[in-house]
Every structure is written in structure tokens, then in C-alpha cells.
Design a protein. Structure first.
Length: 458
């Protein structure tokens, strides 16, 4: 039944008795063709004013000043433009302009690099690139979530500025002769870690020969098989998890493998950040790794990196099919019982699991024998005394075996008339009292003989 107007008004009154209904009708009036329409223009500093109390306002203000100073030149804003690395590669020349005075600080490089270095927080670079001259304005500042930065390239044309940004980004994206280290929410190049990796060798590892060969050949074959993986419809990605108590060579094995693979390498040192979540940190890690494929992503101490809060997100990132094409993940873990079964028991996440357990008697003998060859002339340590040293060091990790040698040498040096073998036995007793690491069965989960290994100091 059709409602009358009074019925409708009555229902409206019952639903919203205090509501006033207003009907507004708009009429489009024709505008004479001879009347000019002035389009309202927004204030030039609109964004800057709107974001006055926000860190983004600082960016807008800085950009306005750069544009004003550039007069008729082109200005291209960007971020994370590593022009200093570009210069280190020999691809440009940089000079810090004296005006405005750069914001910088000097710092000591430490005992290994005994000199002062300069870090620029704010600077205007004069850049000579090929036969062109440009300027790059670099600005860093602190905000509520740590630090941020921005760059502006000033050039005679937009084409020149954008060509420069593109070339710098292409050349500095890969780590080169460095390893990208993720810590405190940022990536940094580490030439020191790269140098340590280049010194690593499988020859310095006490491993069963078949297992050593398997590890090396498996990953080498992987990198040369992309086309075959594609033809077979198999995801071209690889993962290995190295498990065992500290001090048995996991890290050295990873370094030796990274060296042999000879592709870009990324190392996750920590996911801790005062403001960002673990999920946000994992997102940054995998985004950068995917941009460098094929590459190696090293996750040391996986049992401490993956927490209850970020586990699900980490697994989703690890499971990416096309996204992880060409990605090799090498992870280490000290505590098998702390790793979720979703990581351990699903082979598609880590295809290989190698157990680095405490060395057997035979492996301790091999390790100590290498040391005996180096020390025998100086200390008089005899080859036939190795067997005793191997027996009394039961339960020692390779790290403890190395400490046993070093502490014995230090104890012996002030009294060289004493028998080195006797000194070593005394130190073995003392170290045995300090040890807290329990013995682990030498049989691995995947049926391989345990990978007992250690770096032998040459």
C-alpha cells in the first residue's frame, strides 16, 4: 500500500525527532563565453605549511630552498643516493662545497684502520661525472622512528639529473667488494666481513670428505641450473640450515660457501629496532635480497631472529615462489629445540639440514695434529702425544680445542723447560671445569654423518 506524505513524515519524526531535513537544489548557470575564469591556485607553500609539525615538513622546506637556489636548473629529488660509494668505485669525483658549511663529524677507524674518517650528515657535493658538472644536496635528520635522509640532484636538465640518479643506483645497488649487513633497521656495507669471508676455505674445515663435497657441489650446481629449473617448473631457490652447538664451524662453513658462490651476499645481524616491528624488519630484509638475486642471504642464529611475534610473517616471506627466484638462504642455529617445527620439518623452506656436532675422537686428533705440526719445532710437542691430548679433550667443541692450544702456549711460554704436553693436559682439566656445553649425538637428522668442523688458524 502506498504511503501518504503524512505517513512518511510521521515515520521520520519517530526515527529522528530532532533531525531537521533540508533540501538543497543546485542550479547550473550558463557562463558567457566572453568571461574569463580565473582558476584558483593554491599557495606555493601549501604542503610545507600543512606539514609544519611533521618531519615531512622539513623535507618540503628543504626542497623549496634547493629549488630557489637552483634558479633555472632542474632539481630531481631522491633518497639513498650513495654518491660516496659511486666515487669509491672511481665513477665520479666529489668535492664538498664550503657553503653552506657541511654538517659532519670525524671518527677514528680503530686499530686496524688507524686514521680519521669523515661522515657527512648534511652536505652539498659538487659532482664531476664524465664531462658533466652537477650538484647533490644531501640531508640527514632524526625523527621519531630513528633517522631519515633525502637527496636532491641539481643539473642543467632533467634528463641529465635522472641519468645520473639511474647510473648511481645501478652501480651502487650491489654490494661489490663488501657484504651488506642489516642492523638497527639499516643496511651497511662491510668490507671487513667481506675480507674475512675471502680468507675462509673448506680446507680449514674438519668435515667428512663426502659431506664437504656434497655441500660444495650442491650449491655450485644450483647456480648454473636456472634454465633447467624453469623448464621443469621448479622454483629456482635453495636453503640450508646448519645446526649445532656454538664453536663447531657453522659460521666458517657459511663463509667458505659464500666465497665459492661468488654472488652478492647479505647478512642479517639483528632485527632489533626501538620503533619498527619484526615483521617490518623482515620485509626490509627480503625486499633488498630480492633486488639482488641471485644472491645469498645469511641468517646467523636463526633461533634468535625468528620469534613468536614474527614467525608467521617470516615463513610467508620464505615461501614466496616467484619472489624468491634465485635466492639462496643460509641459516645457522645453535639450539634445535628452539626452532619451530614449521621451519625444521618442511623441506621446501630449508632443503638441506646439516648438523655440526661435537667432534669425535678421530676428528679431535686431526685438528690437534694440524696444530702439532705448527708448534712442534718451537714447543717440542711430539706427534705421539696427540693421542693423549685427543682423549682428554672429549666433549670439547672446536672452539674449546683452539682455546686449549692457545692457553697452553701462553702457560708454557714463561717456563719453556716444562713439557708442553704436560702443560696442555693441565689446561685441559681447567677448561673441562669451565665447559657447559653438553655432548650431542654425532648422528644427524638427515642421515648424514655429523658435520664436525672448525677453522684452523694457519
Amino acid at each position: 500500500m502506498e504511503a501518504t506524505q503524512s505517513d512518511v513524515q510521521g515515520r521520520q519524526a519517530r526515527i529522528a525527532p530532532n533531525l531537521i531535513l533540508v533540501r538543497v537544489v543546485f542550479f547550473a548557470l550558463p557562463i558567457p563565453s566572453n568571461v574569463a575564469i580565473d582558476k584558483p591556485s593554491m599557495k606555493a607553500t601549501f604542503f610545507q605549511d600543512a606539514l609544519t609539525d611533521n618531519p615531512s615538513g622539513l623535507v618540503m622546506k628543504a626542497e623549496a630552498l634547493v629549488v630557489l637556489d637552483a634558479t633555472d636548473q632542474a632539481v630531481v629529488p631522491c633518497r639513498n643516493l650513495d654518491v660516496q660509494q659511486f666515487e669509491r668505485l672511481g665513477l665520479c669525483e666529489l668535492v664538498a662545497e664550503a657553503t653552506p658549511r657541511p654538517g659532519l663529524y670525524r671518527y677514528w677507524g680503530g686499530e686496524d684502520h688507524d686514521r680519521l674518517y669523515t661522515n657527512y650528515d648534511q652536505v652539498v657535493w659538487e659532482v664531476r661525472w664524465t664531462d658533466k658538472l652537477l650538484r647533490v644536496v644531501h640531508l640527514e635528520w632524526e625523527n621519531g622512528c630513528g633517522g631519515d635522509q633525502r637527496d636532491w640532484v641539481v643539473a642543467d636538465s632533467i634528463e641529465l639529473a635522472e641519468s645520473f640518479v639511474l647510473e648511481v643506483s645501478r652501480r651502487t645497488h650491489a654490494p661489490g667488494d663488501a657484504i651488506l649487513v642489516f642492523s638497527s633497521g639499516r643496511w651497511n656495507r662491510s668490507t671487513a666481513l667481506y675480507a674475512a669471508t675471502q680468507k675462509a676455505s673448506f680446507d680449514d674445515l674438519v668435515l667428512p670428505d663426502d659431506l664437504k663435497t656434497t655441500i660444495r657441489e650442491d650449491f655450485a650446481a644450483f647456480l648454473t641450473s636456472e634454465d633447467r629449473y624453469r623448464r621443469l617448473g621448479i622454483s629456482w631457490r635453495r636453503g640450508a640450515l646448519m645446526i649445532g652447538p656454538p664453536g663447531n664451524g657453522k659460521t666458517h662453513c657459511v663463509r667458505a660457501l659464500v666465497k665459492e658462490l661468488a654472488v652478492s651476499s647479505l647478512y642479517v645481524q639483528s632485527l632489533n629496532h626501538p620503533h619498527y616491528t619484526g615483521e617490518q624488519m623482515w620485509s626490509q630484509v627480503f625486499d633488498r635480497a630480492r633486488g639482488l638475486r641471485p644472491c645469498v642471504l645469511v641468517l646467523e642464529d636463526l633461533d634468535s631472529l625468528v620469534t613468536d611475534e614474527n614467525r608467521s610473517f617470516f615463513l610467508n616471506q620464505l615461501d614466496g615462489f616467484e619472489q624468491n627466484h634465485g635466492l639462496i638462504v643460509l641459516a645457522t642455529a645453535n639450539h634445535l629445540d628452539r626452532i619451530d617445527s614449521a621451519i625444521i620439518d618442511r623441506p621446501s623452506r630449508f632443503d638441506r639440514k646439516y648438523h655440526f656436532n661435537l667432534p669425535t675422537l678421530e676428528e679431535r686428533s686431526v685438528y690437534l695434529g694440524d696444530w702439532q705440526k705448527k708448534l712442534c719445532e718451537e714447543t717440542g710437542w711430539k706427534q705421539e702425544e696427540i693421542e693423549v691430548a685427543s682423549q682428554i679433550s672429549e666433549g670439547f667443541s672446536f672452539a674449546y680445542l683452539k682455546e686449549l692450544i692457545i692457553s697452553s702456549v701462553m702457560k708454557w711460554m714463561p717456563q719453556p723447560e716444562q713439557s708442553f704436553a704436560s702443560t696442555l693436559q693441565g689446561q685441559a682439566v681447567l677448561l673441562g671445569q669451565q665447559m657447559k656445553t653438553a655432548s650431542i649425538s654425532p648422528v644427524s637428522r638427515n642421515g648424514h654423518e655429523s658435520a664436525r668442523s672448525a677453522k684452523l688458524t694457519r
